[in-house]
Design a protein around this ligand. Structure first.
Ligand code: DLL
Length: 433
């Protein structure tokens, strides 16, 4: 039977959800107007006042916030509460510019941990479970978020953090861990290492995994489920909005329910900023309606996906987001064609490869070069040149069919590509350097 952490709200009627959202939005806009001069100025520039926002239907009147605003306002410009009321910060890795620093009051931490507790409960965790949290701890939100959620559920929490893979496997076996939380690429690596050590899915008691923080394909899900002998659930979130748990998968494993009592989602056309109807593919925008310290209104995530409010078999009513296809800033334009790394991953995995690959793009004589390097699995490994060439040709043809452009495929020996303990690096775009 489906279990919920906060059933009343997770299964509330659409009418009730909209009522909650409207009430919180009106309060949040007033809070921001009064306490965040940076956003107030944006509202003034757009000619909108707090009294213009009476319900969720008025959301579209508010200005957007983007990563550029976060950088402009760094470090304290978007703070909504006095620092004395804040109890923690988290931060992004800052690989694409200045770090984002997000602030939390105790109230914000509580709401965030509730969201993670909902995700854990949806994956089947109870107070009888042992939850191994192998997301990184520290400034990254993955470790702290799932850790707090696991406490709320009452599970025995193993704060092992990421890395030290052999110890992870030993702990999982010795402590009888039943739920694993980490990035999907690290879960795949754990599975690979288990195999090397001679263990199969029956040797570990894991039953579920909660994997997110990066894009991963359905094919990768199947692969992880098989090697670890678990059900693998997706979880989504971003530092600006708290961290993991903005949305999570339920037993239906077909898209993630957005915690709509805390986050209002919109899909926009990234070029025109026009709000698109339900079911359209576009950029995901979130309004956090009850975060105090770092209140984000209409925050442009750059994640590309779509929303659906179809009835879900799990009984939850909150709108679902599809697996993000990738980020608009991850999308590669190669010889004029839009390419998402997730499309390449799908082709590779459909051909029996594991998700150990790298996409290398460069520009030589004003033409883009497009190389896909992928490891052979130990089972398919061969040093017969003829066989390797035939396998490369097959992949190159399948990629052409998917993307419309030709890639130079190179098959590598197993273990040639560095494994990731956190978010995997899939793309090396030398054109930008
Ligand atoms: O990655 C928070 C998180 C931690 C989510 C643990 C899930 C589990 P950031 O480092 O700020 O926060 O990165 C946020 O990661 O905008 C997406 O592009 C990407 N992302 C997060 N979850 C998913 C997912 C954390 N399930 C950015 N699928 C987001 C695809 C994801 N992309």
């Amino acid at each position: 039977m489906e279990k919920y952490y906060q059933e009343e709200i997770e299964c509330a009627s659409l009418e009730k959800i909209r009522e909650i959202q409207s009430e919180k939005l009106v309060k949040q806009v007033k809070h921001v107007w009064d306490n965040v001069p940076y956003y107030r100025k944006k509202m003034e520039e757009k000619g909108v006042k707090p009294e213009d926002i009476k319900s969720v239907d008025d959301l579209h009147k508010l200005p957007f916030l983007s990563k550029a605003d976060l950088r402009d306002a760094y470090p304290y410009g978007l703070l909504g509460m006095p620092l004395k009321d804040c109890v923690r910060i988290h931060s992004t890795s800052g690989t694409t510019g200045k770090r984002v620093v997000a602030y939390y009051t105790q109230h914000d931490i509580d709401l965030w941990e509730d969201c993670c507790a909902r995700a854990l409960t949806a994956a089947g965790a109870t107070n009888e479970d042992v939850v191994q949290v192998a997301y990184g701890y520290g400034l990254f939100t993955g470790g702290a978020g799932l850790h707090g959620g696991s406490h709320k559920v009452g599970s025995l929490t193993v704060p092992i953090s990421s890395g030290n893979t052999d110890r992870q496997i030993m702990f999982a076996m010795d402590l009888q861990a039943t739920v694993l939380c980490c990035t999907p690429s690290y879960a795949a690596y754990l599975g690979e290492r288990m195999k090397e050590l001679g263990y199969g899915p029956d040797d570990i008691p894991l039953k579920a995994g909660i994997f997110g923080a990066e894009a991963w394909s359905e094919e990768m899900r199947k692969d992880i489920e098989k090697t670890l002998g678990i059900k693998a659930f997706d979880i989504y979130g971003l530092t600006e909005l708290s961290g993991p748990g903005v949305a999570f998968e339920c037993s239906a494993q077909s898209g993630m329910h957005i915690n709509e009592d805390h986050f209002i989602a919109e899909i926009i056309d990234p070029d025109t900023e026009e709000v698109l109807p339900e079911g359209s593919v576009g950029e995901l925008v979130f309004t956090a309606v009850d975060k105090e310290a770092f209140p984000m209104l209409r925050y442009r995530t750059k994640d590309i996906c779509k929303l659906t409010r179809e009835k879900c078999s799990c009984g939850r009513t909150h709108i679902k987001m599809a697996k993000p296809m990738g980020r608009s800033d991850d999308m590669l334009i190669i010889r004029g064609v839009n390419v998402f790394p997730s499309q390449i991953e799908t082709v590779l995995m459909n051909n029996g490869y594991a998700a150990n690959y790298q996409i290398i793009v460069d520009r030589v004589n004003n033409t883009d070069t497009f190389d896909v390097q992928v490891e052979m699995t130990p089972e398919m490994f061969t040093d017969n040149i003829g066989e390797i060439e035939a396998m490369q040709r097959k992949l190159s043809d399948d990629l052409k069919a998917m993307l419309g452009i030709k890639a130079k495929v190179s098959l590598l020996a197993p273990k040639s590509i560095a494994r990731s303990e956190g978010k995997a690096v899939r793309v090396v775009d030398k054109r930008k350097i």
